[in-house]
Design a binder for this molecule. Sequence first.
Ligand code: PAF
Length: 283
Amino acid sequence: MITAGGIDEVRRLIGEAKKAGKTIGFVPTMGALHEGHLSLVRRAKSECDYVAVSVFVNPTQFGEGEDLDKYPRDIEKDSAMLSAEGTDLLFFPTTDDMYPDGFDTWVVPGGPASILEGERRPGHFKGVCTVVLKLFQIVSPDKAFFGQKDAQQFTVLNRMVIDLNLALQMIECPIVREADGLAMSSRNAYLNSKERKAAVIFNQAITRGAEIIKDGNSTRDQVITEISKVLSKEPLARLDYAEIVNAEDFSVIEKPRGVVYILIAGFIGGTRLIDNIKLKIEK
Ligand code: PAF
């Protein structure tokens, strides 16, 4: 694995790989890697000839009072994990590389970015879209791999790729879970052992939601009420939102039909976690 020193070096290495006829797979991350990230790398390796991974804690997607400063960082460990997976290129830019003095051009997403995470975290998706477009411009991948855990992020970025005519394929990869069902997340590292045990309630709540939605007769309100009921059993957990959206465009669905995400966001102590289940309602 080569760790690239800067944007020019990434462009040169990717250029050489393309000249050799290789397809480029790209996994953008903020580091603090876990099995979820590694599953994206493995998928990229299975579908592409050359795999690039970026590690960049993007300051513009964190709001006031969010966890930018304490976000876990361990580039040595990340680098060893990526190398063991056979990653070809690690891009580890500095904030100055990505946002040099005078930087002032932004991608401002509409539609699916306006609700839920977008509403609660103003400017978050503007920061995500801007950095991901910049990374796409630097790496010029044929395929980019993202986790379903951030389903709204995937939908917003997919919209950006379509709207801006980017010549790459977006791939959404399944959520990787701990043995008890908790979705893997770099932010799980914030949980103490009591909180860690309690955090499984988010998955249990949406799993219950999925059970009752499958019959095709339940309304959004009924499913959300049931999810809230399950969550209220865990005193350490606090619900931010539960929602049912169309998987294509993230519009809220009153009578769930077709392919949907059942989404949940909430707090365990001071830690905010999100999770979701994607499923098809046949009826
Ligand atoms: O999902 C993430 O880790 C980040 O939002 C991303 C896509 C790497 C952009 O900073």
